[in-house]
Structures are given as structure tokens and as C-alpha cells.
Design a protein around this ligand. Structure first.
Ligand code: HEM
Length: 434
């Protein structure tokens, strides 16, 4: 892939485009671009040698991220999802070798020494697919619900993540996610950060599945910087953190990290992750619809009638403003208003009033078109399936164009993962207690 043209882009846009490109040349261009006026690199806080001080849960991110004025977690801005396939030399009789485990753990520990565990440093998770666990004689413990991914709606025909593992790298600094990837898999000479040499021999253990590498970004004002991409209209609001123009991931509509945690067995302090990738028909969304209609379809018709949202969701605070009555009224809104909201519908999947999913989704321009990589953590994949069914709303008596945002999103990949606890993150057996 060729590098983007720096002369036509702001420094931030340029750096973000480089994450999408990846590789050593993109990294060095990104480091140049992120140098401050004195020619010094951005200061990225160092990690720790006291690795036991790090959380037991790989997905313990919230405590290490800032919150906005309303108490909503501000997710890391830049993301890379690296799909990984085990190499032959990392296995013996089909199962990972002790050496391969050691190399993997040591590579991840190197990252924790180099970068602070925070959005300003680096956050990451390493998850494993059902295909990975199939190699073992034992099954996963019963408390772990990790089915093969499947199509979840009648409107989709997705491909599936059938490689072994997925490394999710996230940071507020675009050069950090790039240099970690290069350190782990590139052939750069001894890349270094904060005095720690990042070079490792993870290539002994994993090959990157390049065609499924995914990247993205999330945060106020970031989507609008991509109106140069085909399919991203100028109408994307200035301050929106997501392409479709609204805030998402409010504190009270997200599951807590405790809620999604597997609490017994060898994978206690682990969780399951669903990753789906979708295209968004943004031109239709912005050009055929006005703000009132967009609010009705994203939140609920009542949100539009009572002007509850503001331009991009700033009026909502830490909540999406959905009362129990409004959630229960979804079917009636479909019949009477002829339109239902995405958030309203999805909230029908709550359990005893609690949201079961911890969403960590981000925008993408992979493939030079707008989309979303939907990363969701939940206790069981079954929770995701149930909420997705509620979101699809096939039961609702409403035209498909008015059924939330279904008409605008096109799912093209799905994958299910187990995120083991940090202690077992390096090539775990299906049943480590067996
Ligand atoms: C382009 C795609 C999507 C966009 C722009 C989007 C946007 C939003 C927005 C603005 C909200 C309301 C704010 C909030 O509650 O935090 C919301 C809520 C939600 N969305 Fe999405 N979403 C998308 C896709 C999905 C998908 C694929 C799922 C899968 C199930 C999903 C599940 C949910 C859930 C569970 C809620 C919260 C419901 C509750 O309050 O309990 N969303 N989304």
C-alpha cells in the first residue's frame, strides 16, 4: 500500500491514515509526523517492571482511561485488530509447545514494560477463537460459552474469523499501535520505546493474517476528518465521535467489567468477545434523512419529539435517556409511529434492567470506505446473540428502512473469542485444570 499524501492532510488525519496502512515505512512516517516542533517525539509514559501490579483481567481498561465530564469512559482513540494464525513450529502434535507459550508471554511482558497500561500508553487483549481450542482433546469448561460464529440476521452472509487469535492494540497515540505491531512482527532493527527494545520473536509463534488486519479510530471530531474518503459525506457533524453522528457507549448503557467477567473455573477473570465488521451507508443516512429522523432511528421517536439528544448526544449525559416505558413501547412505536430507535430496540436485551454488553466499537476506513468494527465483551456469546436479536427486531411491525439503523449497516465478518485472564493469555489449553 502506498503512503497517504501528507500535503493534503492535517497532521492528525495523516497519522490516522498511516495506522490503516501499517508497516515500517508507515511507522517511521508516523513518528516523523508526531514529532513536536522541537523535533522530539511524543512523550508516551513507560510501563512497569512490577508486572504483578497489572490487573488480572486483560480487558481491565476502564480504570485506566479518562472519563468525560459526565463520567463516560473515553476509549483509546486508535485501534488495530491483528488476526493471528499459529505457525507449525509453535505446535507439536497439533498443540502449542511450552516454548511457544514462553515466547508469547515474554513478548507481551515486553510491551507492558515499554508502555504504561493506559489509554496514553498501550492497552491490549489477546483472544482465542473456537477454531484454536478445537486442537485440544479436552473441551472448554462448561462455564465458557464460545460457539463458532454464525450469521445472525437474514440480511447478512458474513465471513468468519477462523484463524487462531486476535490481538487488539489500542492507544491514544497512533505511532504506539504501529510500532508495537512492527516490534512484534516487522523486520525493523531493534525498535525501542522508553528504553525497552520491542523486538521479539513472536513470528516464531504466529503469522499475521494480513487480509483480515483491521484498524480504526474513535473520538470527538475524528470521523469528520475523513470526508475525503469515498462514501463519507461532508454532513458528518464536526464533534461526533462516530460516523453516524452521535455519541455512544454511555456509562449507564454499558455493562461493567465485573458484569461481563467469567467468575469460576480456570478462565475466571476472563470474558468472551464478539467482533463484527460492517460497512455503513453513510451517504444515504445523511442525505436522505434529517436530524429529527436520524434521532428517531438511532434513539427513539420520543427522543426526537422531545428534543432529548442535542446535535450529537451532548444533552444525554451518562445515559441514553431510555426509560423502561420507552423500551417497553418499542413494539407500539413500530405500529403507531412507524419508526423505532436502534438504542430503544437493543435495550430490550437488558437483563433485570442491566445492559449485558460492554461495547468497545470503533470507526474504520479500512478498504477506503466507512464502517465500524464492533467489539463487544459479554459473559457469554449467547448474551450477544440475544441482544443482537433484540437489535434486529425482526418481530417488529415496521418498514425495514425505519427499523433503527438496520437499513444502513452491512455486516461482512463475525468472530467469537475467549479472552482468558492475563495469567493464561499465552496459548492456553482448552481446559487448563484438566
Ligand atoms: C454503525 C453501527 C452502530 C452505531 C452507530 C450504534 C450507535 C449506538 C448509539 C448511538 C447508541 C445509544 C447510546 C448508548 O446507549 O450508548 C447505541 C446503543 C446500543 N447499541 Fe449500538 N450502534 C451500532 C451498532 C450496534 C450493533 C451491531 C450492536 C449489536 C448488538 C449494538 C448494540 C447496542 C446496544 C446493546 C446498545 C445499548 C442498549 C441499552 O441501552 O441497553 N449497536 N448504539
Amino acid at each position: 500500500m502506498t503512503l497517504p499524501d501528507r500535503s493534503t492532510l492535517s497532521r492528525r488525519e495523516y497519522a490516522r491514515s498511516l495506522v490503516a496502512v501499517g508497516g515500517a515505512t508507515a511507522l517511521s512516517a508516523c513518528l516523523d509526523a508526531s514529532s513536536d516542533e522541537n523535533g522530539e517525539e511524543n512523550n508516551v509514559p513507560s510501563g512497569t517492571d512490577d508486572l504483578d501490579s497489572l490487573p488480572a483481567r486483560q480487558y481491565a481498561w476502564n480504570e485506566f482511561a479518562p472519563r468525560d465530564d459526565n463520567g463516560n469512559v473515553q476509549p483509546p482513540a486508535h485501534h488495530v485488530l491483528l488476526p493471528l494464525a499459529l505457525t507449525e513450529r509453535a505446535t507439536a502434535n497439533g498443540e502449542p509447545t511450552a516454548d511457544a507459550r514462553e515466547v508469547t508471554e515474554s513478548a507481551l511482558r515486553t510491551l507492558e514494560r515499554a508502555y504504561e497500561w493506559s489509554t496514553d500508553g498501550l492497552l491490549f487483549t489477546l483472544g482465542y477463537t473456537p477454531a484454536y481450542f478445537e486442537r485440544f482433546d479436552e473441551d472448554l469448561p462448561e462455564v465458557v460459552d464460545l460457539p463458532e460464529p454464525e450469521a445472525l440476521t437474514s440480511r447478512e452472509d458474513p465471513s468468519f474469523d477462523e484463524f487462531d487469535a486476535l490481538l487488539h492494540l489500542a492507544s491514544n497515540h497512533p505511532e504506539v499501535v504501529l510500532e508495537v505491531e512492527e516490534g512484534l512482527f516487522g523486520d525493523q532493527e531493534e525498535p525501542e520505546r522508553n528504553g525497552v527494545v520491542l523486538e521479539s520473536d513472536l513470528t516464531e509463534v504466529f503469522e499475521r493474517v494480513d487480509e483480515n488486519r483491521r484498524t480504526g479510530f474513535v473520538g470527538d471530531g475524528l470521523p469528520v476528518e475523513h470526508t475525503d474518503v469515498a462514501g463519507v459525506p461532508d454532513a458528518v457533524p464536526e464533534d461526533a465521535p462516530f460516523f453516524m453522528g452521535f455519541r455512544s457507549g454511555f456509562d449507564r448503557t454499558q455493562a461493567s467489567e465485573d458484569h461481563v467477567t467469567i467468575d469460576s473455573g480456570p478462565f475466571a477473570d476472563g470474558t468472551t468477545q464478539h467482533v463484527s465488521s460492517m460497512d455503513i451507508q453513510l451517504e444515504v443516512w445523511f442525505e436522505q434523512e434529517n436530524h429529527y429522523q436520524r434521532v428517531s432511528k438511532m434513539f427513539s421517536p420520543e427522543h426526537a419529539a422531545e428534543d432529548l439528544v442535542g446535535d450529537v448526544g451532548e444533552e444525554l449525559g451518562a445515559d441514553s435517556g431510555l426509560s423502561d416505558e420507552r423500551i417497553e413501547a418499542t413494539a407500539a412505536d413500530a405500529r403507531q409511529e412507524g419508526v423505532v430507535g436502534h438504542a430503544q430496540k437493543a435495550a430490550r436485551g437488558r437483563e433485570d434492567g442491566d445492559p449485558p454488553l460492554l461495547r468497545r466499537d470503533f470507526n474504520t476506513i479500512d478498504g477506503d470506505r466507512p464502517g465500524l468494527h464492533f467489539v463487544s465483551l459479554q459473559h457469554e456469546i449467547e448474551d450477544f446473540v440475544r441482544v443482537r436479536e433484540a437489535m434486529t427486531g425482526a418481530d417488529l411491525d415496521v418498514a425495514s428502512a425505519n427499523n433503527g439503523i438496520l437499513h444502513y449497516i452491512f455486516v461482512n465478518r463475525r468472530g467469537n473469542y475467549l479472552l482468558p485472564p492475563r495469567e493464561l493469555r499465552a496459548l492456553p489449553a482448552a481446559n487448563p485444570d484438566a
